[in-house]
Design a protein around this ligand. Structure first.
Ligand code: SAM
Length: 310
């Protein structure tokens, strides 16, 4: 796949512009700039934004976004790093209010490009790392991780009911030869699962290993907690998630921090209530309209939640 024909339709674009951005916003931290679709729309609609900080683990995406956003080169800053590092990038001098955007997971391009190893539809090297310089790959995990760890990955990150059966095939496979390609993993799943349930299992298994390779859930939790620490009054954070494991983390943390805190001060159960530090801009997650899902079926599982520091 050449550099110029990468494609990804930004999800919930209108909703991001209407609910997450606002006229007074001055800095945007876009932790997942991807191919720059949201970034372009934000920079176009909100000329008041004077600093746009763009991160991505995928160097190829970052380069594409840099070219796409060249028109705003004086105010866009690109970082090939994990969004978990947001504290290193956001120094004290940044102009507030700040808007933090995380649009989690894969770009369409990741699925379309078999060399990244995310897709079970085409054969390719079994990587699944967002950062192609990373030494941890799905193949490493399959070849080396203890059996119980593999079962845990499939249960926790894939909610796969046949985890034990699939892992027992993985273990037999690696006794014979090393896992190298996406079709190696696919064949093991296909041998373990009845044809009518195969597609769902393949989706769950590939999702589970992708989450494990990139440590996605731990990174997400840590990043949201750090983001809440660095936010000042009037700053906003919006997260678009694509599966229930991610959404559960966002929902729990956003709800927890937008409630008044009750502290028991002594044994007589005297309680002190401190007012909530954040408010929910979205009481319920915002989901794509039918029209968006028709035009871009990959948007169907998206959920956007937004929080503001009071
Ligand atoms: C859904 S795409 C973002 C699409 C983007 N909003 C757009 O409009 O083009 C997600 C991007 O996040 C990147 N990514 C995933 N996890 C990351 C992390 N922990 N830190 C930085 N980038 C990450 C992926 O490489 C991918 O490019």
């Amino acid at each position: 796949m050449t550099h110029n024909n990468l494609f990804h339709e930004p999800v919930l674009k209108k909703e991001i512009l209407a609910l997450l951005l606002f006229k007074k916003a001055r800095t945007v931290f876009d932790g997942t700039v991807g191919l720059g679709g949201h970034a372009e729309a934000i920079l176009q609609e909100f000329p008041e934004v004077s600093t746009y900080i763009a991160c991505d683990l995928d160097a190829q995406h970052l380069e594409f976004a840099r070219k796409r956003l060249n028109k705003w080169k004086e105010k866009t800053f690109f970082y090939h790093q994990n969004f978990a590092q947001l504290k290193d990038v956001l120094n004290e001098e940044i102009k507030r209010p700040l808007v933090i955007l995380l649009d989690l997971g894969l770009c369409s391009h990741h699925v379309d490009d078999s060399s990244k190893g995310f897709s079970f539809s085409e054969d390719g090297p079994l990587s699944m790392a967002f950062d192609s310089t990373s030494t941890l790959t799905c193949a490493n995990i399959l070849n080396k991780a203890p059996e119980q760890e593999l079962i845990n990955i499939l249960r926790e990150y894939g909610e796969e009911p046949s985890a034990r059966k699939i892992v027992s095939r993985i273990v037999s496979f690696r006794e014979e030869k090393e896992f190298k390609t996406t079709f190696d993993l696919r064949s093991v799943v296909e041998e373990s699962i009845h044809p009518k349930d195969r597609r769902k299992s393949l989706m769950r298994v590939f999702q589970a290993f992708r989450i494990a390779v990139n440590d996605e859930l731990n990174i997400l939790k840590k990043t949201v907690e750090t983001a809440l620490e660095v936010m000042n009054s009037g700053d906003r954070m919006g997260v678009i998630s694509y599966h229930s494991l991610e959404d559960r983390i966002i929902k729990r943390l956003f709800t927890l921090h937008s409630r008044p805190e009750t502290i028991e001060t002594d044994k007589s159960l005297h309680t002190e209530i401190t007012p909530a530090k954040f408010s929910l801009i979205t009481r319920k997650p915002v989901i794509p309209a039918n029209e968006e899902i028709e035009n871009n079926p990959r948007s169907r599982s998206a959920k956007l939640r937004i929080l503001e520091k009071i």
